[in-house]
Structure formats: C-alpha cells, structure tokens
Design a protein around this ligand. Structure first.
Ligand code: FES
Length: 225
C-alpha cells in the first residue's frame, strides 16, 4: 500500500471512547490511519463467491440500504472460524470495518463461534481507532452478516436450537430497527435516546416511534447500569 503523504495525512482521533460523540464536520479528512489502511487494502475481500465454506450470511443496512455478504469456514470439531470472506456494496467505513472484523475473527488460528459472537461494533471501531459518528451504522453491517452466517452454519449442521433470533420487535418501521438493536446500543455504552440514535438512527425514519424508543432506552439502561 502506498504511504500517506504528510500533506494529506489525517489527524488521528485521540481515543476511541471520544469518537462516538465526536462531530467531524469541518475536518478535512475524518478517518484514522487504520480505516484508510483497511479501506485501501481490504483483508479477506473476495470478488467471487468462494467454493469452500459452510456458513453464508447476507444482510442489508437499515440505515442506508447497502448490502453485505459473508462466507465462513468453520471447523466442526473445534468450532473455530478459520476463514472469513466477504463482499459489500457499502461505503468506505463498511469496507474498513468488515475488513477489520474479518481479521479479528480469523487471527491467531481463528475465534470460536462463541468468541466471534461476542465481538461488538464498538470492539471493531476501537481496533480502527474510531469512525465518524454518522458512520457507526456501517460497522454493524459486517457484524450482522457474521451472525447470519453463523446461523446458516447451525442450519446446515442440524443445530437449529442454537440459531440466534435477530431482532424480535421492529420499532422504527421505516429503517427496520428493532428492540434488539436498541438493546445492543445501550450495551455498547449509549445511555440516552440521543446516544442510541447516534448508533442506530432510530426515529430518523419514523419519528412516531420515538416515545417507544425512549421507553426502551430507559428500560435497558436500568437493566445494564
Ligand atoms: S454502509 Fe451504507 S453508508 Fe456506510
């Protein structure tokens, strides 16, 4: 990969914890070196479907309509994910986040299914040294496709009882945001409706759902804090 010239080198965000609420408007270049590295040189990206896989997941982003496809190779004895290939029509942030996720899942011999399911969008963003707040939903795409691919593996290997239901109740019908998305946002540190909106965009599609969304935020904040 070509080196970044000093002239165009972005100022690196200071700490991952400060990034979620950070307003990047006005900055010439808002992406960290890690994001640029993974965007210009995506890891495990494929242009054609791989032949050897046993889990396939495909999801669309409720916030922007972009798509993500993930193929996994899972060792049935150890349950380690040894291969993670992906394709997307998403933006630079989705490319960088999924590239990083594929590295996190397969590094050091591969994570087990249980370990991989514990990775959150916040973990990915930390490894990327941050994403602009309006791009956080892009990091959720790969994460959801990974979960869908693991569910597909359970389906193919007759372990239907292990399939994890994703999203039990739709709250924002326009953007297809569920109570599970709100719960995850709270678990990831959002404690107010505004903070949950930064992570999920709930209410931007259907403002009528805001009272219900706010109630759920209160409920999950009480549950987890
Ligand atoms: S994935 Fe659609 S804007 Fe990033």
């Amino acid at each position: 990969m070509s080196k970044i010239s000093k002239k165009t080198k972005p100022s690196k965000p200071k700490a991952a914890t400060q990034i979620n609420g950070q307003d990047i408007m006005g900055n010439e270049w808002a992406y960290s070196d890690e994001v640029r590295e993974h965007f210009f040189k995506p890891q495990n990206f494929v242009t054609e479907a791989p032949k050897d896989y046993n889990g396939l997941g495909m999801v669309g982003s409720p916030a922007c309509g972009d798509m993500m496809k993930v193929w996994l190779k899972i060792d049935s004895k150890t349950e380690k994910i040894t291969k993670f290939f992906w394709q997307t029509f998403g933006c630079a942030s989705a490319i960088a986040a999924t590239s990083m996720l594929s590295v996190m899942v397969t590094e050091k011999g591969g994570k087990t299914i249980a370990e991989a399911l514990k990775i959150t969008p916040t973990d990915i963003i930390k490894r990327l040294s941050g994403l602009p707040s309006r791009k956080i939903h892009c990091s959720v795409l790969g994460d959801k496709a990974l979960e869908a691919a693991i569910n597909d593996y359970f389906q193919r290997t007759n372990q239907k009882e292990r399939i994890k239901a994703s999203g039990s109740r739709v709250i924002d019908k326009e953007l297809n945001i569920t109570d599970k998305d709100i719960e995850q946002a709270v678990k990831d540190g959002a404690k107010t409706l505004e903070e949950v909106q930064q992570k999920t965009k709930v209410g931007l599609g259907d403002p009528n759902c805001l009272p219900e969304a706010e109630e759920l935020v209160r409920f999950y904040v009480e549950k987890y804090y």
